[in-house]
Unconditional design. Structure first.
Length: 153
């Protein structure tokens, strides 16, 4: 199935790509790569699940937040390409988890984003990943996701 068919099957309607909240652009193309800026769990201009994992936010909520941030990343890819079938593959997913000092479940949280990429892009969604825990996050978001995507030549 196409990425759009998979989105439809999942019941996902891509939102308007979130605007930048600072002096940067939401995505950039260089050569055959599109790289998104960090995507947060925004929904209708509201930050969902603010706070730290292992403190105010549960692992399941973090998983959902990472999934939502990934949906926003796909919306950025759609804006960049106008057709998700121009994505050859998702190359890399970089995830930051806003977490308490003793939190160690970063992979489970970021699986929310990884699972979404696989569900939307199927085999093209297999990617490398970085998972980092950080003490503070912009706008008190619990996760931030950046995506590197390779385009079809």
């Amino acid at each position: 199935m196409t990425a759009q068919e998979n989105l439809d099957h999942l019941g996902i309607v891509l939102p308007e790509p979130p605007a930048a909240v600072g002096a940067y652009i939401p995505w950039i193309r260089t050569g055959n790569l599109i790289i998104t800026s960090g995507q947060l769990p925004w929904k209708e201009k509201h930050m969902l699940w603010p706070g730290r994992l292992g403190d105010q936010v549960t692992v399941e909520e973090g998983y959902q937040a990472a999934r939502l941030a990934a949906i926003n990343a796909v919306a950025q890819l759609q804006a960049a390409t106008a057709d998700l079938e121009k994505i050859r593959r998702i190359v890399r997913l970089e995830g930051n988890v806003h977490c308490a000092e003793s939190f160690h479940e970063h992979p489970r949280v970021l699986d929310g984003a990884s699972d979404l990429m696989l569900a939307v892009f199927e085999e093209r969604g297999r990617h490398t990943r970085t998972a980092l825990g950080i003490r503070d996050m912009p706008l008190n978001a619990c996760v931030q996701i950046s995506v590197w995507a390779e385009l079809v030549e």
